[in-house]
Design a protein around this ligand. Structure first.
Ligand SMILES: Cc1cc2nc3c(=O)[nH]c(=O)nc-3n(C[C@H](O)[C@H](O)[C@H](O)COP(=O)(O)OP(=O)(O)OC[C@H]3O[C@@H](n4cnc5c(N)ncnc54)[C@H](O)[C@@H]3O)c2cc1C
Length: 473
């Protein structure tokens, strides 16, 4: 006869096995979803970064199920008086795995992830490798499925890292980066070796002189040569900017791991609205320049380019690109200076901020096209105040695209009205046509764009697509 005590034991045993299996399968799933070179990129139209929410969900599930597994086991052993078994190698390995999982969990709290990203990253890399080793030691029996799942997950992780290392090694030979300090803590990085990656996609940049053990993702403004505009944030990006200021024109050994991120085919849409905030313009300039440079394959005659920057000096980050866009009559360019609440201004782009003009002997030697910009002081943009009084933004917009010479641009004060821009794009489009909005910038800007999306979807058309790019996950 089976008593209540033995029934409870059987139940506990079943719960133990189930939670152990769920935790282990989730661990393999977490590793699979963390791959940068994921097979899902080939099978679906999504890149690895779109899988990050799933990676997080699977990660938290692994932590919770592992904890339940540990608590139920400890309770069962305590009741049976077998707690001394915790000192066996397999159980010590399991305990270390649990602690490592908890550490990863703690490191994901938003404060640590945002403010101490380098710490978060180091904990993630070291602890995930440790977890795979100790889980293998926890259940080392090769006749059981546990070790097979663990070895499979470890192989996936190893292969992904090997592919990344291979890409970095291939692009390291003979590759140099020229740095140019730009106003407001930005740095333009121009690489010597061209890349076959699509402009607007992102790449991981390795600059060993700045940070030997770190690579960081940046969006390619162009790929031939590869160019990035990097805004100072913290460790790596601030050190990069400081280096560009301290050693103007000096080139650095570097490498690139490119080809990440999936972009929609903007050129197949009839109307395109591109919205960027700050350094998010790396993405929208890449897309707009691609549309402008390939007019034959582009079906859109209505391209609106909106860029919001804090102040006038930041406009010089993309001086050459802006000038190129202004030459294309299909593209309406609208610049918003958010710190300026008063009047619109006309900014001349005919200054001395030219590309392809070697600035120093070092950069001349490596023949890299870099900016001739004084790193010490913000570029003084030639400016004429249109009016001291308030200017109607709609009129100013018309002024921007019609009246002023193509070597100058009107900058509107304050933030752009994103809902109005998006809705008028849809309102003014033939219902049988296709429109797309591409946006990249700070979280607040992307939230506004996403919350306006539902207002742009009309039952009677036009077909509406939204693509947003964030600079974090
Ligand atoms: C797909 C993508 C494209 C990007 N493109 C650009 C760009 O074109 N121009 C630009 O100025 N910035 C871009 N960024 C942001 C840039 O990667 C970070 O600002 C930079 O890595 C910060 O590093 P840090 O050492 O200065 O600061 P940290 O303190 O190390 O990081 C600050 C924040 O940057 C993010 N971050 C840092 N390292 C990474 C990493 N390896 N992977 C993902 N996120 C990270 C984290 O959210 C962190 O909270 C992009 C980010 C992503 C994810």
């Amino acid at each position: 006869m089976v008593g209540p005590a033995s029934e409870a034991r059987v139940l506990r045993q079943a719960l133990n096995e189930k939670t152990a299996k769920v935790a282990l399968c989730n661990l393999a799933f977490v590793i699979f979803l963390s791959l940068k070179n994921t097979p899902l990129a080939f099978l679906s139209a999504s890149s690895y970064e779109t899988l990050m929410p799933l990676h997080k969900a699977a990660g938290y599930t692994t932590i919770v199920t592992s904890l339940v597994h540990a608590v139920v086991y400890l309770d069962a052993w305590a009741q049976a008086g077998h707690l001394h078994e915790m000192l066996e190698t397999a159980q010590i390995a399991g305990t270390i795995g649990g602690i490592a999982l908890l550490l990863i969990g703690v490191s994901t709290v938003p404060y640590i992830r945002r403010q101490r990203y380098e710490l978060f990253y180091v904990i993630h890399v070291i602890m995930s490798a440790l977890i795979l080793i100790v889980v293998g030691l926890h259940r080392p029996d090769f006749s059981k499925s546990a070790i097979i799942i663990t070895v499979f997950a470890a192989s996936l992780s190893f292969m992904d890292r090997a592919i990344r290392l291979y890409k970095f090694s291939c692009n390291f030979m003979g590759n140099h980066a020229a740095l140019a300090a730009l106003p407001n803590g930005a740095t333009r990085v121009t690489l010597r070796q061209s890349s076959d990656a699509t402009p607007g996609s992102h790449a991981f940049l390795w600059l060993p002189v700045i940070r030997f053990a770190e690579t960081h993702p940046f969006t390619l403004v162009s790929s031939n040569p590869p160019e990035f505009v990097v805004q100072s944030c913290d460790g790596f990006t601030s050190a990069l900017h400081q280096y560009a200021k301290d050693f103007p024109g000096k080139t650095l050994r570097c490498s690139l791991n490119s080809g990440y991120g999936k972009l929609p085919e903007f050129k197949t849409y009839d109307s395109v609205l591109l919205i960027a905030g700050g350094s998010g313009a790396s993405f929208t300039f890449a897309v707009a320049l691609d549309l402008s440079r390939n007019p034959d394959s582009c079906s859109s005659n209505n391209i609106t380019f909106v860029w919001a920057v804090r102040d006038q000096a930041s406009i010089s980050w993309f001086y050459a690109e802006l000038r190129e866009l202004l030459l294309d009559p299909r593209i309406k360019v609208m610049i918003h200076i958010t710190d300026n609440v008063g009047s619109s201004t006309v900014i001349s782009l005919s200054g001395s901020f030219e590309k392809d003009s070697p600035a120093t002997t070092e950069s001349s030697r490596t023949s890299l096209p870099i900016m001739s910009v004084d790193p010490e002081k913000a570029i003084e943009l030639e400016q004429t105040t249109m009016s001291e009084s308030h200017v109607d933004p709609e009129k100013a917009m018309a002024y921007a695209v019609e009246d002023i010479p193509r070597s100058a641009i009107a900058a509107l004060p304050g933030r752009p009205s994103i809902p109005a821009l998006m809705e008028s794009l849809v309102d003014n489009c033939d219902p049988r046509k296709r429109v797309i909005v591409g946006a990249c910038g700070p979280e607040g800007l992307l939230e506004t764009v996403k919350s306006t999306e539902s207002r742009c979807i009309r039952p009677d058309g036009p077909s509406f697509t939204l693509h947003t790019e964030g600079f974090g996950w």
